[in-house]
Design a protein. Structure first.
Length: 259
């Protein structure tokens, strides 16, 4: 009951929010068949077709998705694995129940286990900063240590802007500007998810969502309200992402049943 109240309060606090783009897509194609299409292909100049070795190596991967499965949940924030909120845990549990017993289970990827399993590459003068792709490697290694089959990575971030209103003339007064709303705060949250095969790195599907929320503020508490609105909207955006991720995984289950 308490968790439900928290979720409803969050939605009510963002009553002025407008839903942005929501989408999902899946992939179950064969890497072997993809490469075979281009082998020996006749080109306009009469030469036989060939594929760059790097492209061949990347494409040469087969889907092995099977249900029921242990699917890891890895939420990323500033390039690190972070904890799920109570609202997110509740919604992921709800999504699991809606997909039924044939789906399997969600298993949060532990940031501590991932750190234990991961060894960062040595930095050199040419590569002083660790590449962002290393976070995917860390998540996969952590998931492998937990014996997770597939991992759903998702990241939420936001953009916030503040606009002065006509009433900003109140800023010129000592008392008036303290109470009169003179700024409009607008924050847009974006969430992206990717379902990966832990062993091969095969990408089975993506999902995304966005959510924009507005709030009015007086000048004295503009910064606090901006941060609070952004934090609330990020949680709400991640909750909007979960149904899209569920639809993506349901499509994958349907495809497997048809083959």
């Amino acid at each position: 009951m308490k968790k439900t109240f928290i979720r409803l309060s969050l939605i009510a606090s963002l009553a002025l929010a407008t839903i942005g783009c929501q989408s999902h897509s899946i992939q179950t194609t064969s890497g072997r068949q993809y490469l075979n299409k281009y082998e020996g292909l006749d080109l306009p100049n009469g030469e036989a077709g060939s594929i760059d070795e790097e492209v061949r190596e990347i494409a040469n991967v087969e889907p092995t998705l099977r249900f029921p499965a242990r699917i890891g949940l890895a939420k990323l924030y500033n390039g690190r694995i972070t904890n799920l909120t109570a609202e997110e845990v509740e919604e992921w549990d709800k999504a699991k129940e809606e997909m039924g017993s044939k789906f399997g289970e969600f298993v949060p990827v532990s940031s501590m286990i991932a750190e234990l399993a991961y060894t960062a590459p040595k930095r050199t003068k040419d590569t002083p900063i660790v590449k962002s792709s290393e976070i995917f490697r860390k998540v996969r290694l952590g998931a492998a240590r937990q014996h997770i089959d597939y991992v759903l990575l998702y990241e939420v971030f936001s953009e916030t802007k503040t606009t002065k209103l006509a009433s900003s003339v109140a800023n010129w007064t000592i008392i008036g500007g303290y109470f009169i709303p003179s700024r409009k705060i607008q924050t847009t949250g974006h969430a992206n998810a990717l379902l990966l095969d832990v062993r091969s790195g095969y990408p089975y599907g993506t999902a995304s969502s966005s959510l924009t929320a507005d709030e009015l503020s007086a000048w004295h508490n503009n910064r606090d309200k901006s941060r609070n609105l952004a934090d609330k909207n990020q949680i709400a955006t991640s909750l909007k992402l979960i149904p899209e991720a569920r639809k993506m995984m349901e499509k994958l289950m349907q495809n497997l049943n048809q083959t």
